[in-house]
Design a binder for this molecule. Structure first.
Ligand code: B12
Ligand code: SF4
Ligand code: SF4
Length: 366
């Protein structure tokens, strides 16, 4: 157990990932008596449920710290968790009933977008949270809202009793599964006790003898104890400006962004999918590879990605183009050679080298 390592040790791995902190608020002095705060929270939870959040848990920050200290692992407690107040963690589902996955047309193969990135769920969750607060007459400057932030959101949600760690390393909410994004709030409210206890302190404790996710991971990135080897995970490579090692390149498939292989077979994901109104930042389940390669050459990729979860603030356009080239190789469509060829001479080595490999693969395909 080591919950007290330096904060920098915790933040280091997060610098490379897509991080969005939407609102850093100020804690005003506690304005309500505890009983009033409990009743405000009850109304807030109800409003969040009405706006599509599936499960919501709350606990006092001082208890968050105690619970996090019990969690194994080399990580520090972020300073944001050292104040007073209440943590609220919520699960926002990201699947749609009956949604297809590949809109390829003959001669126009598409690269696949994983469901969590098809719309801007992170932004949508935070916007809905703000809306709930405003409906209840609370200014969001009193509150810190976050989703995909620098905070350790999975451990926080597990500590709040929202779900448990599956063997795939993801948080699973009973009745919903793992296909949701996490969003949270830190509120200047004082509550007596946590809404729920943690479900378990052992990753995979509710998986029984199942190992489907481990077997389904194409690269063997999961160790069976809830840990993921980032050097093998395709999603981890999807944002890195580098040439993929041959072993991973050959397993890339038609992915353009995101990998769901370790969630698809999970029995917890057979639960009915809640329906929901439209979400901002629609990108779709797949995007034309040719379109990306052409827009990339013109330097206008942002025009198709603006406002989506892949808005490029945290990922270089070259990386997205590299993913499209890899996807082209898997699609095996010779007609894409014309769109890929100009990248042979690109000044970015990731692109020129990947284009060389992809052209070789396309030339040898029938
Ligand atoms: C970096 C990151 C990644 C990296 C690395 C992920 C990893 N597992 O290490 C990559 C790019 C690979 C990745 C991939 C994905 N990610 Co991601 N990712 C993040 C991010 C930004 C930070 C994660 C992190 O490093 N946390 C800090 C460490 C300390 O926490 P931890 O990973 O849980 O590890 C600790 C625990 O395991 C703890 N521990 C050990 N035993 C126990 C026992 C208990 C009881 C507890 C509580 C903890 C615990 O010890 C570890 C620390 O040493 C978070 C958002 C966030 N801010 O949290 C999203 C997040 C984890 N990702 C998310 C998603 C959706 C994905 C993908 C599904 C996307 C996709 N389809 O491609 C994949 C899933 C891959 C997988 N099987 O995990 C969601 C997860 C939702 C969920 N249901 O759990 C998050 C929370 C984003 C969000 N706001 O919704 N991700
Ligand atoms: S996201 Fe894909 S590559 Fe990464 S652990 Fe899951 S199945 Fe494996
Ligand atoms: S697929 Fe099986 S082992 Fe993996 S998280 Fe789901 S229940 Fe657990």
């Amino acid at each position: 157990m080591n919950g007290r390592l330096k904060v920098s040790a915790f933040l280091a791995p997060l610098r490379t990932c897509f991080t969005e902190v939407y609102q850093w608020g100020y804690y005003n002095s506690m304005r309500h008596a505890p009983g009033q705060d409990e009743s405000f929270l009850a109304r807030l939870k109800e409003a969040l449920e009405t706006r599509g959040f599936y499960e919501i848990r709350t606990l006092p920050l001082k208890e968050v710290r105690l619970r996090l200290e019990e969690i194994p692992g080399d990580w520090g407690i972020p300073p944001a968790l050292t104040g007073r107040g209440t943590l609220l963690m919520a699960a926002f589902p990201y699947t749609r009933p009956g949604e297809g996955s590949d809109a390829s047309q003959p001669g126009d193969p598409h690269g696949l977008i994983a469901p969590f990135a098809r719309r801007h769920y992170y932004q949508e969750a935070v916007t809905r949270m703000k809306g709930c607060l405003m409906d209840l007459g609370r200014q969001d400057k009193d509150v810190r809202l976050f989703s995909n932030s620098r905070l350790p959101e999975k451990p926080l949600a597990a500590a709040a009793g929202l779900g448990f760690y599956g063997r795939n390393g993801l948080l699973i909410v009973p009745g919903l599964g793992s296909r949701f994004i996490l969003a949270g709030m830190m509120l200047p409210l004082s509550i007596g006790e946590a809404s729920h206890p943690p479900l378990t302190d052992e990753p995979g404790a509710f998986c029984g003898s199942c190992r489907l996710c481990i077997d389904a991971c194409p690269t063997g990135a999961l160790d069976g104890f809830g840990n993921l080897d980032k050097n093998r995970c395709l999603q981890a490579w999807a944002t890195e400006d580098t040439v993929l090692p041959d072993t991973l390149k050959n397993l890339w498939g038609k992915r353009l962004y995101g990998c769901e292989a370790c969630q698809e077979p999970c029995p917890y994901n057979n639960a009915p999918i809640p329906d929901d109104p439209p979400i901002t930042g629609e990108l779709g389940s797949s995007v034309s590879i040719r379109l990306i390669l052409e827009k990339g050459r013109e330097g206008s990729l942002k025009s198709i990605l603006k406002g989506t979860a892949l808005g490029m603030a945290w990922m270089k356009p070259e990386v997205f183009i590299r993913n499209a080239l890899l996807s082209a190789a898997s699609a095996g469509e010779k007609a894409l050679s014309d769109a890929a060829r100009p990248y042979l001479h690109h000044k970015n080595r990731t692109l020129s080298e990947t284009a060389r490999q992809v052209m070789a693969a396309l030339d040898s395909s029938d």
